[in-house]
Ligand binder design. Structure first.
Ligand code: GLA
Length: 725
């Protein structure tokens, strides 16, 4: 619920369990008052003004040296008004000067959640969402800053975005634009972020917010493997099950910046939004730019419930289309089965074997188009290599369909190889600096998606492929970072990084609209663009190029802090694993891949009869649990970076079905017994273990747990399924 108290000019946002408050002060500045557990009444008593020395005072404050924006908590801090902390917005003028002065102008409260033209955003109808729009104005330059707040009270979710419009006549340049700032007047916090690398994404890091400026981000034109655009702030004592914590999840797939700082008087500021590097966005009169949306949440009950809030929001209010609620096809992907080394027969053979095992879909990965027998050429030439396939695409799809399988295909629309017809014809369509040799990565360059003509051309090429037959799934890949940020089109170079992402989203939006029945899976060398922005267009994302079950427990653990299980595509691959050379049991690989949108990525032809039977059973098991896995509440039961076992649990919303999985990560002589404690059950209810019929009280499962005993086999896994009796 959103209210505005006319008398004391206080805005209050209540969600089920949280309160967010801000105030227009006597000078028209918008001060932040409070965000945390639900409270009633006015929180402006928290503001304490003291003369801090060397903190600027706005002119309006006259002789009041105690009034300084340098130490007051602010809703949307800018440079130039006396606040020397990191600003959320920075503006430059033609004369080279910086700064602005934002004062409250007006506001609107509306039913339903706002949307943002051209950018992904949380959606909610009038019954579930509300909008607050606060307009701030710089009267001197005419810049209007519209702060947007979306509220989903039941989910404890608040979203924020910002529209900056130049209503003046002089051109301005937006040099920095954060989506949201959270100022805390007190408290000691830890910052939790997720760092990584290709094939080892989203490792968790928890550090104290200290008296230094701490930053995460990406300058790669993609959200990146290196830092996920997700920041959690937790009270020092907060853990999985208790304590106050906050989340900020950016709904954006490009370069970003996350900042945290404890200031000189022990106040904390965190911000998340656009990267300010290679960014200088010109706005002529009447022009505007939106900061991407950030999803914010608060939990007073620890990180589990904070993740739960994000999961529900992303599952029901970010993901869209037929597959938001519908079960996802169980697929086999040709990549680790054959890499580039296949023809039409190979694909049909794989489909035939997959059909016998109960798989729904075959995905033909990289290598089917242009001149593409390795990863050095062909990107950009989106015509089917019929010679390699030995038939037309339509014939191949028909043959796969006749085996009883759906058909999916891999694409990488944003890229071009120098060795391609497209590049030979339009080298200026690639991002590259004039008179310099481009930086190559995987021997490919990035197409200039900030240009509409480039996006339109590739869109038409891709559609002409999709129109060739019954294609029901597309894997959209992106396999390098953007380095040479220069557009040969007619545009200011400070716009390129942002406009690129608008071009990408425009393409994806059109694709979703034209092919509503196609499931699009996102991918960027695995999880290099695993963010809430992509999930708006692609309801699942290939979690990592690393399919090793042991590493995956850690990658999926990190991912689970911000993203629901159904968002992570997860496959069983061959042993020894192709990325790590580690061998894990087939059962373990199955258990781990079931913590995601499940599939296979191996050559069934190389499996023994015994293994094939095991696959059949895995598929049967997955089908039984699939709905529970995708729709249930997810709990982390251990920390696989520290504990001997990786354990997680999924409970149905009504708490009647529970699937708990565990993987032994270490083996030692004379192994201790490990006890796994459940979470989120009804303490008074009784639950039966499907396998041995044993019945336990919910309280016993949660308070004491169940023992798991190692058979002294490496990387053993367990899956326990309980139903309420
Ligand atoms: C990326 C993807 C892989 C595979 C290859 C194909 O690395 O993450 O799954 O599709 O590209 O080139």
């Amino acid at each position: 619920m959103i209210t505005f108290n006319e008398q004391n000019k206080i805005f209050t946002i209540h969600t089920k369990n949280s309160t967010y408050q801000m105030k227009v002060d006597k000078y028209g500045f918008l001060l932040h008052l409070y965000y945390g557990g639900r409270t009633e009444g006015n929180m402006d008593y928290l503001l304490v003004c003291l003369d801090r020395g060397f903190s600027g005072n706005p002119y309006d404050a006259g002789n009041d040296r105690a009034y300084s924006l340098d130490v007051l908590p602010q809703e949307f801090p800018c440079r130039g008004n006396g606040d020397f902390r990191s600003p959320a917005i920075d503006v430059r003028y033609e004369n080279g000067s910086y700064g602005c002065d934002l004062r409250y102008e007006k506001h609107f409260i509306k039913k339903g959640k706002y949307s943002i033209e051209g950018l992904p955003a949380v959606y909610a109808d009038e019954a579930l969402g509300e909008t607050l729009e606060i307009v701030l104005l710089d009267k001197t330059c005419g810049m209007e800053v519209r702060l947007l707040y979306g509220v989903l009270p039941e989910l404890d979710i608040i979203t924020r975005s910002v529209k900056v419009k130049n209503s003046g006549s002089e051109k301005i340049y937006i040099e920095k634009l954060q989506s949201a700032c959270l100022d805390f007047v007190s408290g000691e916090y830890d910052l939790i972020t997720f760092y990584g690398r290709h094939a080892m994404e989203r490792n968790m890091q928890r550090i104290r917010v200290s008296h230094t400026s701490q930053q995460i981000g990406s300058r790669r034109g993609m959200s990146s493997h290196q830092y996920n655009p997700l920041m959690l702030l937790a009270e020092k004592a907060a853990n999985e099950d208790s304590g106050s914590c906050y989340a900020m999840s950016l709904v954006y797939s490009g370069s970003f910046l996350g900042e945290a700082e404890c200031d000189s008087v022990n106040q904390t500021r965190i911000q998340l939004g656009l990267s300010d590097e290679q960014f200088s966005y010109p706005l002529a009169e009447g022009e505007f730019i939106y900061a991407p949306e950030v999803i914010i949440s608060y939990s007073g009950n620890g990180l589990s419930s904070l993740s739960g809030n994000l999961h529900k929001c992303i599952r029901k209010h970010i993901c869209r289309g037929k597959y938001r609620d519908g079960l996802r096809p169980l697929l086999v992907n040709s990549w680790e089965a054959a890499y580039f080394n296949f023809n039409g027969e190979t694909i049909v053979k794989l489909a035939e074997e997959a059909a016998e095992l109960g798989v729904d879909m075959l995905v033909m990965d990289d290598g089917w188009f242009g001149k593409r027998d390795d990863d050095n050429s062909g990107l950009g030439d989106w015509y089917v290599n019929e010679k390699k396939l030995g038939c037309t695409l339509n014939e191949l799809i028909t043959r796969v369909n006749n085996k009883g399988l759906k058909f999916g295909i891999w694409i990488e629309p944003e890229m071009v190889n120098e060795d391609s017809d497209l590049y030979r014809e339009h080298s200026d369509w690639a991002l590259s600096f004039p008179n310099r040799k481009p930086v190559r990565a995987r021997n490919q360059l990035v197409l200039d998606f900030s240009r509409k003509d480039v996006v339109d051309y590739i869109y038409d090429q891709i559609c002409s492929v999709l129109n060739q037959g019954n294609i029901e799934y597309v894997k959209w890949d992106f396999n390098r970072s953007i380095s040479d940020v220069f557009s040969h089109g007619d545009k200011h170079q400070g716009k390129v990084m942002y406009d690129y992402i608008l071009g990408l989203y425009d393409f994806l939006e059109r694709l979703n609209n034209s092919y509503p029945d196609i499931l699009i899976e996102g991918c960027s060398g695995g999880g290099g663009r695993f963010d809430a922005g992509m999930l708006y267009y692609t309801p699942q994302i290939w979690c990592s190029d690393n399919t090793d079950a042991v590493d995956r427990t850690r990658i999926q653990y990190g991912t689970s802090f911000g993203y629901p299980v159904c968002a992570s595509a997860s496959h069983v691959s061959a042993a020894p694993n192709h990325q790590t050379s580690r061998s894990t049991p087939l059962h373990t690989r199955g258990v781990v891949a079931m913590a995601g949108s499940f599939g296979y990525e191996l050559d069934f032809g190389k499996m023994s009869c015994e293994e094939k039977n095991e696959v059949k059973n895995q598929i049967k098991a997955y089908r039984r649990y699939e709905k529970l896995i995708h729709e249930g509440d997810y709990y982390r039961l251990s920390n696989p970076f520290e504990d001997m076992v990786a354990a997680w649990e999924i409970v149905s919303e009504d708490k009647s079905r529970v699937l708990t999985s565990a993987v032994l990560l270490e083996i030692h002589g004379n192994m201790p017994v490990i006890y796994i404690k459940f979470k989120g059950l009804c303490p008074d209810a009784f639950y039966r273990n499907e396998e041995d019929g044993m019945v336990y009280s919910g309280a016993a499962l949660m308070e004491a747990g169940i023992p798991i005993v190692s058979d002294m086999k490496e990387y053993q896994a367990w899956q326990f399924y309980f139903e309420k009796v």
